[in-house]
Write a protein that binds this ligand. Structure first.
Ligand code: FES
Ligand code: FE2
Length: 391
């Protein structure tokens, strides 16, 4: 990027940020120390018993929304390997919506995540899921192998210094974890893959099948972080989800936080469907109905005895988002029982409450709340991560 294009935009952004901090100071003197607005990294107190929630402007303000765009460039879920068995070449549209980067998963001898932009003049290389042995651009015929290497380009015999490294397709990092593929647009610290696999690997999700009838694409009239906040606590279940509440033991609900995410454990009520945990499992002896795994910032992996429901939250605007559902099935015969049987009902109830909260974020008299130290550890953890990202 040239200095000329960089400078004005950042001066404008700095101006707005300064203005917002002054506004914060005027509206929320409690956020300020000796007249200076509290900067990022200090906004959410590390002690949940003392902490206040994210200020409401984070759920409405285009400037704050823009500042958070970079959080999606770390590890992101791309697809389950069963999707690549159906089509060996798979453009991943939701990743483009999250990061701005068009990418395609390609399964050849190995599996790669490649740029979906032709290195000639930028045509979109793959337009829909398909199975191919090479990738040929439909504009002028440039052809790549399934590893992204340029193999053929018509009418370039006289081009000097061609091909060069820049003529091959860019490869993004790709991580396969329990049959799920993740990619990252920028350097991202590793997630605790091993620790999570010890907990969830007994379900063998790599053997699950993809069930497109479970696909959903919900438009939600709320900031993406309100959706995440709501996901990260089971506190609301007795109030918002009467059907789910019948399957879960509210008193036994647990929340564990770790670097990069949160694991919530829903316990089954007496007699309801639970996991058959193998001997030696860390949770052996407990009646567990569901594992709800959230990975920062927007990925939810809901493990039930029938299989896995994945939710990806994608921001659309400061006050709207989309939530994609994907379903991968292990034991279809268990799908009508327990906590994992009422997903559409639970989603409708969550959206209703989240959209109502969104409207309240514009209130002139509400800015920040407090956390329940026993029930909202996940929300506090998420807000701390957002705070650290902004610092
Ligand atoms: S843009 Fe792909 S071959 Fe020209
Ligand atoms: Fe909910």
């Amino acid at each position: 990027m040239s200095l000329r294009s960089w400078l004005p935009e950042n001066i404008v952004l700095a101006y707005f940020l300064t203005e917002k901090r002054l506004e914060t100071h005027r509206a929320n003197p409690q956020d300020c120390v000796r007249g200076v607005a509290v900067m990022s990294g200090e906004m959410i107190h590390p002690d949940i018993r003392r902490a206040q929630t994210l200020p409401s402007r984070f759920y409405t303000d285009p400037v704050e929304h823009q500042r958070l765009k970079g959080v999606f460039k770390g590890w992101q879920f791309a697809a389950h390997l069963a999707e690549l068995e159906a089509n060996s070449v798979l453009p991943v549209d939701h990743l483009e919506a999250l990061t701005g980067e068009p990418v395609v998963l390609v399964k050849g001898e190995n599996t790669h995540c490649l740029s979906n932009v032709c290195t000639h003049r930028g045509m979109r290389l793959v337009l829909e899921p398909c199975t191919k042995s090479t990738l040929q651009c439909r504009y002028h015929g440039r052809t790549f192998d399934l590893g992204g290497k340029l193999r053929h380009m018509p009418e370039f015999e006289q081009a000097i210094g061609f091909p060069s490294e820049a003529d091959h397709l860019h490869q993004f990092p790709l991580k396969r974890w329990m049959g799920l593929y993740f990619t990252a647009m920028a350097d991202a610290p590793p997630l605790p893959w091993t620790m999570l696999e010890e907990r969830l690997g007994f379900l063998a999700p790599e053997a699950f099948t993809y069930d497109p009838s479970r696909d959903r694409d919900h438009a939600v009239e709320a900031n993406w972080m309100l959706y995440v906040d709501n996901y990260l606590e089971g506190f609301h279940i007795p109030y918002v989800h009467p059907e789910l509440n019948q399957a879960l033991d509210h008193a036994g609900y647990e929340t564990e936080t770790f670097e990069g995410g949160v694991l919530q454990i829903g316990k089954a009520v007496d007699g309801d469907l639970m996991f058959d945990l193998p001997p030696g499992h860390p949770d052996e002896g407990q009646a567990i109905a569901a594992y709800y795994l959230w990975l920062f910032p927007n990925m939810m992996f809901n493990f039930y005895p029938w299989g896995l429901s994945v939710n990806i939250v994608t921001p659309v605007s400061p006050t709207t988002c989309r939530v994609l559902y994907r379903g991968y099935v292990g034991q279809a015969e268990l799908a009508s029982q327990g906590a994992g049987s009422v997903l559409d009902t639970v989603e409708d109830q969550d959206q209703w409450v989240i959209e109502a909260v969104q409207k309240s974020m514009h209130s002139a008299v509400y800015d920040r709340g407090r956390y329940s130290p026993t029930r909202e550890q996940g929300v506090h953890h998420f807000h701390r991560m957002i705070d650290r990202f902004l610092s």
